[in-house]
Ligand binder design. Sequence first.
Ligand code: SF4
Length: 411
Amino acid sequence: MRKPELLIPAGNLEKLRTALLYGADAVYVGVAGLSLRAGSAEMSMADLAAGVNEAHAKGVKVYAAANTFARNTDLELAKKIIPELAAIGIDALIISEPGMLRLIRNSAPQLPVHLSTQANTTNIEAVRFWHDQGVKRIVLARELNLKEVGEIATAVPEMELEIFIHGAMCMAYSGRCYLSAFRNRRSANEGDCSQPCRWEYLLHESTRPDDPLILREDDRYSYLLSSKDLCLIECLPDVLASGVTSLKIEGRMKSTYYVAVVTRTYRQALDALTQQKEKYKCRQEWIDELTKISNRGYTTGFAFAEEKINETSQDVKYIQTHEPAGTVLQYNAAQKRILLGVRNRLQTGGYLELLLPDGIATLTITEMTDKNGNELSEAHSGNEIYLPFDRQIPVGILARQTVKSGGNNPE
Ligand code: SF4
């Protein structure tokens, strides 16, 4: 069975390293000023260069998103950055529109080009058109079902195809939406969506401003605009059968903990699928793992849809059962203890799960000390603490705890 590429979002260098640790085949990153994820999910050229070196040392590819819909004022920056990206060894540049393609062809003709899902590629002729333009890979429109994806793969086998298999979904067609720009001047089309489609809405009649009609679909909220999240873990055999090259996880803005869980879970599932072939079965533990990152309930989205439909969320709030507790910064084998960079409040008696690439190690906090040896009863985000643990743990491993139990053992 052909092994597809597992492609993971890396909003910064820490997330890139986490993706490498947990088994990504490739990562995609934002280029400062040119990607459709503004600010916090873009990387500086220095971080990008470091990330490319570390990824290549492990045989992992790095794709850089320069998929903004470039305006005239963006072109000078693009002209400057494209040769720099080629020089640091980026494996491909992800673009959305032909102006950027022309710039790449002029200044770095050897650089492979991937076409972003933002370009709305939905049919065989469009894929052939982009192939004629020298595009190596297309991230197909999210609105396609797997049957349509398979038809494209059969008709244009020379084009690499990439689809999303996990992450947030948009109510707008391929993310082309002005709701965020209108509501609070943060444009989704410039990578800065504030997700107002997830908000709660009231209907006001102009002569009765103090008597709003609450748009409710149950006794709490309205979900008219709020989509569930995509999750195709249970139908990976169908996904692979469609003939796609690359399986993409959404979420360059998401946390390091999210990167750890989705990479680890899909890595295990894809390895099992390619080894076991027809005998493969999706394990319940993988489904359970994906419910331990914040989500809005899961859907298979358009994968099996005959019509252009979507599912709205049954809960306007994110579902969050677990939170990151910290990251392993060091393991001292002589003293048998972990140095943990704390992410959320911890307390003695708390119960942690350490997410190893191939399993989970558990730890009850019997004692914790700071770097000066002082005993602590609790620790907070930003602290670095020592925890006794008798087993070697790799640097970068994420620890988590339950949210509701306040870190206590949920059993
Ligand atoms: S506001 Fe909602 S529908 Fe619009 S781009 Fe943002 S996430 Fe998508």
